[in-house]
Design a protein around this ligand. Structure first.
Ligand code: CO
Length: 648
């Protein structure tokens, strides 16, 4: 059975919680208030529109049933003048709380609008110079050329300052079914002013043959006959699921948390806590992935600027998929819909955007005892909260896992289509050939997780823990010693850290006031995966804008205004915003309310096997209790009742 809820998910008691996602009615009320106040003019469009969460202290003080002030933030782009307005409206107070103009030169542009995808293509299709460049390449049927509106970055190019710019690369789309990404028209890039509606500059310096091999993986001619050897796997839970969902409040085993959704961040999780013998112990106040950047490594004149901040420039949540039972999610699935405001501020519902289910996860613990003869096995299980978003050529799955033993894991699944170029030969070492004449430039996918920690309360601190040996000496005569170095992060300037795989480096978040039965601070540990940080030169314009990606870890003092790793207005920002700016104040982060920011993700030199559609690549991190409990918290998990499990 599938429980599908509608987007205006009310709890069983009908009460709104301060962190519940904004409803279609709230978005509409906010839109009308902005309109009446003259902030939303006929030529203004919503670049972002979402819930403005109350500060933490207010949320923590909230009593069930007490009134809640609901605020929405709107980033408005005037499509005629290009003016930018950042406004907050109180839906319950029926007023505009504040509204200000944003200067695109010093503060950056707002994210790409939906209409700008189509508009960018119309602008290049209408441009004489671009048409002539296409005709020279034998492309006379303009209707078969797809234009990609790619965010421009900020390279201080002449004539671009203050304008709303995208850079457009083209692909040939032979037929409606054709995979256009297989046919890049390389050597030409159009720099487009979206407000004036014209091509500012055309870079057209290199004629490369257009790769011809079809990438249509649905075409039997391309993929060959389908295999017939796979027998069905079905997952059933005859007694139903073990979790309950009341509004957006989720309870499973000892876990409780709230689910949120935002047009920018996508899935957000709130107030994650564990029940320990009847005591509700908080772990994380808020967890999300507020930024990611995909820097491409081809230094050529047509694509050196290719780096997309998929969250800050395009908005991840806006492109969330509607999931299908049996295809995207297997088993006993509960779905939540997502409410997505459009350019006009009017919402649409994405059915089944968030998938919640339980999964068997193999063995939890097991032992055959040589002395007592006891044979015991317990099975691990995890609760999965997931969604998928498609941003242009790539598709990203966000999977949060909660395990019986207290582990929290974020796994991101990367799939979809590689971004392609014309392959320029083995002497041009920035791409791999994935089909005849088709190149796929090397690139990175650098995600930034924001983990607003609350380990057993607000008084937290971070320790960096390295494992290492010691030289042979009186205390270590045979040289086998293994020990740990524990370094406390006391200020923000000390909290910008790199990972070190050879030292097994982890970061432990402790509560400075609460201790466990061994008189050690209760703690939760972040385990990173080995992967490079931002590879671009530290002096590059990109490194200025993606400062967050130059470190695996940042520790900041909680500030409700610091929500996005690369700053609020990422598109065309000149640089320096986000985490490097947050830590410039060098605040005290020892024994106070702190936020962990973790950079992770693959550095991807494409393989032929990644073409024409990429098998899922995984990345993420784990958070594990480490002295939060006094022993293995899963001794109470009973033996499996499955009839398949027999002991003799
Ligand atoms: Co990739």
């Amino acid at each position: 059975m599938t429980a599908t809820t509608n987007g205006t998910q009310a709890s069983a008691t009908g009460v709104v919680h301060p962190l519940d996602p904004a409803t279609p009615a709230e978005f509409e009320a906010g839109r009308q208030i902005l309109e009446r106040a003259g902030v939303l003019t006929p030529t203004a469009r919503f670049s972002y529109y979402g819930l403005e969460e109350p500060p933490k202290a207010e949320v923590l003080a909230h009593q069930p049933g007490s009134p809640v002030e609901r605020r929405l933030r709107a980033l408005l782009v005037d499509i005629v003048s290009g003016a930018l307005t950042d406004a907050v409206v109180s839906v319950t107070g029926e007023s505009v709380v504040h509204s200000r103009n944003v200067d695109p030169v010093t503060e950056g542009q707002f994210p790409i609008l939906n209409i700008e995808f189509e508009r960018a293509e119309q602008i290049v299709h209408a441009d004489e110079g671009w048409r002539a460049a296409m005709a020279r390449r034998g492309l006379t049927d303009i209707s078969k050329i797809r234009a990609c509106p790619l965010t421009s970055g900020n390279y201080e190019l002449e004539g671009e300052s203050g304008r709303r710019i995208v850079r457009v690369l083209a692909f040939v789309h032979e037929s409606p079914e054709d995979l256009a990404w297989a046919h890049p028209v390389d050597g030409i890039a159009a720099y487009v002013d979206l407000v004036e509606g014209r091509v500012l500059k055309l870079i057209d310096e290199l004629d490369m043959p257009i790769p011809a091999e079809s990438g249509d993986y649905n075409d039997p001619e391309v993929r060959g006959p389908e295999r017939t050897s796979l027998r069905p796997i079905e997952i059933t839970q005859p007694e139903g699921v073990s979790f309950t969902l009341d509004g957006y409040a989720l309870e499973w085993e000892n876990w409780s948390l709230r689910i949120g959704f935002d047009q920018r961040e996508g899935l957000t999780l709130h107030q994650i806590s564990l029940d320990d013998d009847g005591e509700r112990r908080p772990v994380i106040y808020r967890a999300s992935v507020p930024e990611m950047v995909v820097p491409y490594g081809d230094p050529g004149p047509f694509r050196y600027w290719q780096n997309y901040f998929d969250t800050g420039e395009y908005l991840f949540g806006k492109f969330v998929n509607s999931l299908e039972l049996g295809c995207d999610c297997l088993g006993e699935i509960t779905y939540l819909d997502a409410t997505i405001p459009g350019d006009d501020g009017v919402t649409t519902q994405v059915k089944n955007a968030i998938c919640i289910h339980e999964e068997d996860h193999g063995v939890l613990w097991k032992h055959t005892d040589m002395f007592s003869g006891s044979i015991e096995t317990r099975r691990q299980r995890r609760l999965v909260i997931s969604c998928f978003a498609t941003i242009g050529n790539y598709d990203y799955g966000f999977y949060w896992y909660f395990y019986l033993d207290g582990k929290i894991e974020l796994e991101i699944k990367l799939t979809g289509i590689l971004f392609t170029s014309a392959y320029r030969g083995k002497e041009y070492p920035y791409a791999t050939e994935v089909a005849p004449g088709l190149g796929a430039p090397g690139h990175q996918h650098l995600f930034s997780a924001r983990l607003d920690m609350m380990v057993d309360g607000l008084e937290n601190a971070v320790e960096e823990i390295d494992v290492h040996g010691l030289p042979i000496g009186p205390e270590n005569p045979r040289g086998n010693a293994i020990t740990r170095s524990i370094t406390r992060v006391t200020r923000e300037s000390e909290g910008a850290r790199l990972a070190d795989t050879n030292r097994g480096r982890v970061w432990r978040v402790i509560n400075t006031k609460k201790r466990n039965r061994f008189d050690e601070p209760v703690a939760w540990t972040l385990h990173p995966q080995p992967a490079p940080t931002l590879i671009a030169d530290p002096e590059s314009p990109l490194a200025q804008r993606a400062g967050f990606a130059t470190r695996q870890l940042w520790v900041t003092r909680y500030d409700p205004a610091e929500r996005y790793s690369a700053g609020d207005f990422v598109n065309q920002h000149p640089g320096g915003a986000g985490l490097p700016a947050f830590v410039a104040a060098d605040r005290d982060v020892d024994g106070t309310d702190i936020v962990l920011w973790h950079t992770f993700g693959p550095t991807h030199f494409p393989r032929p096997e990644d073409w024409p559609v990429m098998p899922v690549e995984h990345c993420g991190f784990e958070l594990k209790p480490s002295g939060f409990f006094g022993r293995n918290p899963t001794l109470d998990v009973p033996r499996s009742t499955s009839h398949d499990c027999h002991h003799h």
